[in-house]
Design a protein around this ligand. Structure first.
Ligand code: LLP
Length: 409
């Protein structure tokens, strides 16, 4: 890490290819009995090199915009293994996806479906679609990332789903043969999946009885990642309860994991700029801010933070830090951005650190770089991929010229 920091500077996102593939393989192995199509959710960590490594491992892609579709194709993604979700697909994006011959459109509303039918007809195309249903279960996650309750903007409720099939389920330009679900992220218990899948299977039975040939069920993403310790069930724990529900159902199963693959494959490497005491509080001011990693500011998300080279006696390889250990100090870890919300950690017990020390912000591989902004005109950090004992910059650090590039058209 010290070498990477020296050579590429800080802040920087650093990913481990081995960990990424390890998590992908864990999902693939856990669900192998169902022979699912795994569509890695690009939104979690979108770098084209990351996507390419996963594609080489057999992954398809879950995309939610024309930009993500562009990345999936650039990564060599098999179009047949691309699913396209999102409540607000534009005509341009839909046409782009029709032309790319993607596997499934995940439809979020009747209005969108009508539009897709019109656009597919105009192109004389026949596309496949899955209706996203909202099973009305509570995934017990942050309200901003909870999607499976009735009052969110996602999908159509189960009663309406039948009406949608009756109205649009028997025409050729859009072959509506699948059902899509995604209940939230992260969902650290298996029960909400079980409840959602059971409700959806009942709907599929009804639809089949009505004569609709439902052949695909996409159960979305949302599997947890360990931020604090072992709060997220491993993939096998989800599979243990989900696989028995789905075996022998004559359904092609699609999974859309993002966080569970990418989160712990990445850290944000940052350097201490200053220490400061204000009133009763100790602050560690680092060179990464909310523009680089917004999750703490936006969701009060917890990211484990630890010095890369802790002072003597503070070496830890796990997150089970003894908070009463003498010498630890209660600190806020904050960035340079001009907002009180610009923090990476609040009230955290940390070993002594000084100007110049390197700090690792863990579990930052998912929803880290992808949510970075240029706020305060801060160029985006580089992304680095470690493979074995080598590393490679897979996105360079932005320059000031990059900041102005689009403004000088
Ligand atoms: N499929 C759909 C339709 C989704 O909306 C999402 C995530 C996924 C799959 C992937 O979920 P995952 O396996 O990564 O949990 N920015 C937030 C997370 C937003 C998730 C949005 N949808 C965060 O930083 O926690």
């Amino acid at each position: 890490m010290a070498r990477i920091a020296e050579e590429v500077g800080t802040p920087a996102y650093v990913y481990s290819a081995a960990t990424l593939l390890h998590h992908y393989d864990a999902v693939a192995a856990a669900f192998s009995e169902l022979d699912p199509i795994i569509c890695y959710s690009i939104k979690s960590c979108a770098n084209v090199h990351v996507c390419r490594r996963l594609r080489e491992q057999g992954s398809g892609f879950d995309v939610v915009s024309g930009g993500e579709l562009y990345r999936a194709v650039a990564a060599g993604g098999d179009p047949a293994k691309i699913v396209f979700a999102g409540v607000g697909k534009t005509d341009e994006e839909i046409n782009q996806a029709i032309d790319a011959r993607i596997g499934w459109f995940n439809i979020e509303s009747e209005a969108e479906l009508e539009n897709l039918i019109a656009l597919a007809r105009r192109r004389n195309a026949s596309v496949r679609a899955a209706l996203r249903v909202n099973p009305d279960v509570d995934p017990k996650t942050h309200r901003y990332t909870s999607t499976g309750k009735k009052e969110t903007k996602f999908g159509v409720d189960l009663e309406r789903a039948r009406r949608v099939f009756n109205q649009y389920g028997r025409q050729d330009s859009v072959r509506l043969t699948g059902i899509h679900l995604h209940i939230g992220s992260p969902v650290n218990t298996v029960e909400p999946y079980v409840a959602a899948i059971e409700k959806t299977l009942a709907l599929i039975d009804e639809l089949r009885a009505d004569g609709f040939a439902i052949d695909t069920l996409d159960i979305g993403g949302g599997f947890g990642a360990n931020y604090k310790g072992s709060e997220a069930p491993p993939a096998v724990k989800y599979a243990e309860q989900i696989v028995p529900l789905l075996r022998g159902r004559g359904l092609r199963i699609i999974l859309e994991p993002g966080r569970s693959i990418a989160a712990n494959a990445g850290i944000l490497l940052t350097r201490v700029l200053y220490r400061k005491t204000s009133g009763e509080r100790d602050f560690l001011i680092v060179d990464a801010g909310m523009n680089d990693l917004i999750r703490p500011a936006l969701y009060e998300a917890y990211h484990f933070i630890w010095p890369v080279r802790p002072a003597e006696g503070f070496v830890t390889n796990d997150r089970g830090v003894d908070l009463n250990r003498p010498g630890l100090r209660l600190m806020d870890v904050v960035g340079p951005v001009c907002e009180s919300g610009d923090f990476l950690a609040k009230d955290r017990m940390l070993p002594p650190m000084d100007r110049g020390d390197l700090v690792a912000v863990f579990t930052a591989g998912a929803y880290g770089f992808v949510m970075a902004s240029h706020y305060n005109s801060r160029p985006n950090p580089p992304e680095v991929l470690v493979e074995g004992d080598q590393y490679r910059v897979i996105r360079r650090r932005e320059t000031y010229d990059d900041l102005l590039a689009a403004e000088l058209l």
